[in-house]
Design a protein around this ligand. Structure first.
Ligand code: MG
Length: 360
């Protein structure tokens, strides 16, 4: 009853990378978009125009054109169902209800275009000055999928070819060359992914790490925290250099991308890690995080020590972490606290650290 054309030939100029291949956790943007239509009983054929980089099963693939108009026109040539839906490949959150609503209205009215009201006021501007207020009730934001009787949309496209205009969507063409489109309620969650900001938070994950090390009393081990030397009589007992802060941080980073902890990655039964520089191990952890396609959004580190006094080192620690993680120091916060003289740490026998990181 319906074929659907998915326009997947965008060049993502505003993203700086292929937004349709961007990972949404369980699938790419384009895969998620296509999958939204698979469960709709009214859909006969899914026609994907462009989007060659993405592996898709059970769809008809059609070569994209230089413009959206050309791409959709190519898709229309293989459309055979009575009705057609046209949808943006970059709208992966389209709901079952919205697709059904558009299908039903297309059958009843010959066309259906989902629209939402603007939450912001709308003004016409000329030369940097507001020249007119526009009634929000009469001015709507247009989404996809847009539904049409296939023959009528094909006719409109055939007429529009001669115009060589840059049409932004099918409702513009249908309105100009066929008749005014019928509107249905859109869905504010049906966003079009346009910039990297639109993907922010979708893959956000949190990792936490905790570590504690006892002081070594031999007196000849330097104390290192966050990769910097801290003046104190004793260093921390460990198989490695004992940088308890970096150890907690590494566990936070590893767990944020679903990896096992540093004990698994760098076991203390392995002699090659004896006296290891934790900053070097952190570089390897960073590599694992990047391989998981994750970017560090924020780092929060708390060091728990009764002694030495750490406040003079906090800013230096922050800068050190920024350099080691290759991120801006604004993304990093470091704090220090004591245990009010309670327990092992309060007796000055150990230092602990807690880290929390967010990655996207
Ligand atoms: Mg440790």
């Amino acid at each position: 009853m319906f074929d659907v054309i998915i326009a997947a030939n965008g060049i993502s100029a505003r993203m700086g990378f292929d937004k349709l291949s961007a990972n949404l956790g369980d699938a790419t943007v384009l895969n998620r978009t296509v999958n939204a239509f698979r469960s709709i009983p009214e859909i006969d054929k899914i026609i994907v125009v462009g989007g060659n980089a993405v592996e898709l099963d059970g769809v008809v693939k059609v070569r994209g054109g230089a413009t959206r108009f050309e791409s959709v026109f190519n898709g229309l040539k293989v459309a055979t169902a009575t009705n057609i839906l046209v949808h943006d490949g970059a709208r992966p959150f389209v709901s079952y209800d919205l697709i059904k609503r558009v299908c039903d209205a297309t059958i009843r009215h010959g066309s259906a275009v989902p629209c939402v009201k603007s939450a912001d006021s709308i003004r016409r501007v000329n030369d940097g000055k507001i020249v007119e207020s526009i009634d929000r009730e009469t001015c709507l934001l247009v989404q996809t999928p847009q539904g049409f009787a296939t023959d009528k949309l094909k006719e409109a496209f055939a007429k529009a070819v001669a115009e060589k205009k840059n049409y932004t969507d099918e409702s513009e063409i249908y309105t100009e060359f066929a008749e005014p489109c019928h509107t249905v309620d859109g869905d504010v969650n049906n966003v079009k992914i346009t910039t990297a900001k639109d993907l922010f938070g979708i893959n956000a994950r949190i990792g936490t790490g905790f570590d504690v090390h006892r002081f070594e009393t031999s007196g000849n081990k330097p104390l290192k925290l966050c990769g910097i030397a801290v003046a104190h009589s004793d260093g921390l007992l460990a198989h490695s250099d004992g940088d308890v802060a970096l150890h907690a941080l590494m566990d936070a980073l590893l767990t944020s991308v679903g990896e096992r902890d540093i004990g698994v990655h760098f076991p203390d039964t392995d002699e090659s890690y004896r006296g290891a520089d934790s900053a070097e191990l952190l570089k390897r952890v960073l590599f694992i995080v990047r391989e998981a396609n994750a970017e560090i959004v924020s780092v929060n580190l708390t060091i728990i020590a009764q002694k030495p006094k750490l406040s003079p080192y906090i800013e230096k620690m922050r800068q050190s972490l920024a350099a080691l993680l290759q991120v801006s120091s604004e993304k990093i916060s470091v704090s220090a606290t004591t245990t009010e003289n309670l327990g092992l740490i309060g007796d000055g026998k150990a230092i602990a650290a807690i880290a929390a990181v967010t990655v996207n």
